[in-house]
Design a protein around this ligand. Structure first.
Ligand SMILES: Cc1ncc(COP(=O)(O)O)c(C=O)c1O
Length: 461
């Protein structure tokens, strides 16, 4: 049972044209830039038409096919706007944004998201925080936010657009989890509809295309130069883009445009019913809009976020039980929650299996012990730009010796949460304490050279 990306679920949600291709036909589609097949880096034929159809479907001024996921789109946006300037970045940014800061040399001005304490997750950035960051940091080139986040929380994008545009700054949205939003009225408003200047979507996650295929859309505003983005993509994308991936993007766009609402209606209603069933299981808490505080916040109902802390278990423990004992693969688990993604390929049987398994775990595996989770410190002391720290001479020291040093790598507990520390930041006492807890608990970390976190890379001073 799969309740994770890619959204086509081993073919069940694929566009019929793609599904009907057998092995040989698939190989026949694996082509290169022969006459008639256009060129992703200079599109004037089939690819240009397909990108124009994508722009029309998503209400964009211009759309680009991406063959290295949303990651390359975010790198391209930061390269296009970043240069050596400042960029306001939400601290719960995905690691692709953090690596984009290293590649582009942009100087981040972080804004901290609010928290939903019951679930230990971020609830997004208020427009007011962005306004303040823009006011006290002259020379900002752009604002980059992530919306909806991995948990389906969609913050007040229209408000963020308003404050950014008031200061003449483009608003860029990591919409990796939002390729489907535009196609159903019960889903949060999508970035193009809200007036963002650019967004990048992992069509492969929830839009029904093949893994690694994504779309970058540009809005109609004048704050972001389309040619700069096209140039950055030209710099960063492979010169051998896969026609299979590009064809899957075109077919997924067609499926969403022609029958997206009907397909998503099934998914949304399945998700709502499943949420109700899960809420009846003792010890589980299910994320709903009732937990969102603040104006303009919304939730993508196709994501099921379930806190299992009432069972005295971590999300990791429950995620592991789900696949070992019940053969159910969810999208992710964190210290507090499990997260299952529903998509157009999900069936009622998948959801029934999840409800039954969690009911069983709640009655068999409940613990009385309580677990101390690491709190990511809100204070950041930035001593260097991420790029400068990344390229500076560095060495690994034991975690015990790292207090007060400038970190040369990113530490973020996986799945992507708020990074504890990024390259160029001082390992201040509260960060050090947090790193020690993470290391002692053996939590999975991303971005680190020593995954046990007993040592850490610091800049040589
Ligand atoms: C919020 C967010 N942004 C960006 C990405 C990168 O997307 P991709 O895997 O399509 O490169 C991810 C991937 O998980 C993500 O969760």
């Amino acid at each position: 049972m799969n309740l994770h990306v890619p959204g086509h679920r081993q073919g069940r949600g694929l566009p019929a044209e793609l599904l009907s291709l057998g092995g040989q036909a698939l190989f026949e589609l694996d082509l290169t830039e022969i006459p008639g097949l256009d060129d992703l880096h200079n599109p004037r034929g089939a690819i240009a038409s397909a990108q124009a159809l994508a722009a029309r479907a998503y209400g964009a001024a211009r759309s680009f096919f991406l063959v290295n996921g949303t990651t390359v789109g975010i790198h391209a946006l930061l390269t296009a706007v970043g240069g050596r300037g400042k960029v306001v970045v939400s601290r719960n940014a995905h690691r692709s944004a953090l690596s984009g800061l290293v590649l582009s040399g942009a100087d981040p001005v972080y804004v901290m998201p609010e928290k939903i304490n019951e679930f230990g997750i971020a609830s997004g950035i208020s427009p007011e925080k962005i306004r303040r960051a823009l006011e006290v940091n002259p020379g900002v080139e752009a604002v980059l936010t992530v919306r909806p986040d991995y948990y389906g929380v969609a913050d007040d994008l229209a408000g963020q657009v308003r404050v950014s545009h008031f200061m003449d700054k483009p608003l860029l949205v990591d919409e990796a989890h939002g390729a489907h939003l535009r196609f159903h009225p019960d889903l949060p408003e999508d970035a193009m509809a809200a007036g963002a200047d650019a967004c990048v979507q992992s069509t492969h996650k929830l839009g029904g295309s093949l893994t690694q295929s994504s779309l970058l859309h540009l809005g109609a505003g004048h704050l972001l130069a389309a040619e700069a983005v096209a140039g950055a993509l030209d710099l960063l994308q492979t010169t051998s883009p896969s026609y299979l991936l590009m064809a899957s993007l075109d077919l997924a766009r067609r499926q969403l445009a022609l029958s997206g609402e009907g397909l998503l209606e099934r998914t949304v209603s399945l998700a709502n019913k499943t949420r109700e069933c899960l809420a009846r299981i003792g010890g589980l808490k299910v994320l709903t809009e009732d937990y969102l505080e603040g104006d303009g916040l919304g939730l993508d109902p196709t994501k099921l976020v379930v806190s299992v802390s009432g069972l005295g278990l971590t999300g990791y423990q429950v995620g592991s039980l789900l696949f070992r004992r019940y053969n159910i693969y969810i999208e992710m688990a964190d210290t507090t929650n499990i997260v299952a993604f529903l998509s157009i390929g999900t069936t009622p049987e998948d959801c029934d299996a999840l409800v039954n398994a969690l009911g069983d775990i709640a009655s068999r595996d409940k613990q009385t012990s309580s677990i101390r989770y690491p709190e990511v410190p809100a204070r950041i002391v930035k001593r260097m730009k991420p790029r400068d720290a990344w390229f500076a001479p560095a060495r690994r020291v034991s975690l015990a010796d790292a207090r007060g040093r400038v970190c040369a790598e990113t530490v973020a507990v996986y799945p992507p949460g708020i990074p504890v520390v990024c390259p160029g930041e001082e390992i201040i006492p509260e960060v050090h304490d947090c790193l020690e807890i993470i290391s002692n608990m053996g939590l999975p970390c991303q971005g680190v050279s020593d995954h046990t976190l007993r040592s850490i890379k610091v800049v040589m001073e």
